[in-house]
Design a protein around this ligand. Structure first.
Ligand code: AMP
Length: 284
């Protein structure tokens, strides 16, 4: 596996990979890799000839009081994992390469990025959209793969790619990959390592309570009362606060109250021991 840390090297390496007409799948990450990320790499290998993974802890998607400095960084270990999965190229720029002095552009996706995590993390999705647009233009992949774990992020990226014509010819497809979970159901996340042993055990309540709430909604109980009890249960289990717990339309992420539409999703963001966990599951 090659590693590129400058745009010049990246472009040369990408051109080499493409020289014989091969296709490229891009897997953008912030590193501290786990099985969720590696599943994206494996899927990328299935749909493309070569995989380019990026590792960039993007400062512009962190709020002023968030965990940018504490975010785990382990480039050498990550590179070994990517190589073992057959990744062809690691793109690992630093912030000065991604945002040279004088950088003034911001991509803001209206609507879908404004509520849920967009409301509790102002500016977060502008940071995500801008860096992902740059990654698309830098790598010009045939496919780009993202986890459904970050369901709203996937919706924001799909909207941006559609609106900015990134889908053709450069990015043929944006592929969403189902959430990979720990044995007890907790969605894998680089942030799970922040959890104390006690909070880690309590965190498993989240997917269990979500499944229970989904069963109740599917059985016809009102989403409002089910979600009120759901939030109560999380607080009793040790969560300190709930940013949101909403039944939304899977495409627009707009709130819904009934299961009449084409597809619904339960989306949740909740805090435990200072760590913010997100999760989502299909309903109906
Ligand atoms: P991150 O490094 O957290 O920015 O995540 C990089 C990519 O991996 C994003 O597309 C995430 O949605 C995806 N991802 C993170 N955790 C998981 C998971 N548990 N299952 C599937 N994909 C994931």
């Amino acid at each position: 596996m090659q590693t590129a840390q400058t745009l010049d090297v990246l472009r040369k390496q990408v051109a080499k990979l493409r020289a014989d007409g091969s296709t490229i799948g891009l897997v953008p990450t912030m590193g501290a890799l786990h099985e969720g990320h590696l599943t994206l790499v494996r899927r990328a290998r299935e749909v493309c000839d070569h995989v380019v993974a990026s590792i960039f802890v993007n400062p512009t998607q962190f709020g002023p009081n968030e965990d940018l400095d504490a975010y785990p960084r382990q480039l050498l270990e990550d590179a070994e994992m990517l190589e073992a999965e057959g990744c062809a190229l690691l793109w690992a720029p630093d912030a000065a390469v991604m945002y040279p002095q004088g950088f003034v552009t911001n991509i803001s996706v209206s609507g879908v990025s404004e509520w849920l995590c967009g409301a509790s993390r102002p500016g977060h999705f502008d940071g995500v959209a801008t860096v992902v647009c740059k990654l698309f233009n830098q790598v010009l992949p045939d496919s780009a793969l993202f986890g459904e774990k970050d369901f709203q992020q996937l919706a924001v990226i799909r909207a941006m790619a559609r609106d900015l014509d990134l889908v053709q010819p450069h990015v043929h497809s944006i592929i969403g990959v189902p959430t990979v979970r720990e044995a007890d159901g907790l969605a894998m996340s680089s942030r799970n390592r922040y959890l104390s042993e006690r909070d880690r055990a309590a965190a498993a309540t989240l997917p269990r309570a979500m499944k229970h709430a989904i069963g109740q909604i599917e059985n016809g109980q009102s989403a409002g009362s089910v979600l009120a009890a759901f939030e109560d249960g999380l607080l009793k289990a040790g969560f300190s606060s709930i940013d949101y717990a909403s039944l939304v339309d899977s495409a627009s992420l707009a709130p819904i109250t009934t299961l009449d539409g084409p597809s619904a999703r339960l989306v949740v963001a909740a805090r435990i021991g200072g760590t913010r966990l997100i999760d989502n599951m299909a309903v109906g």
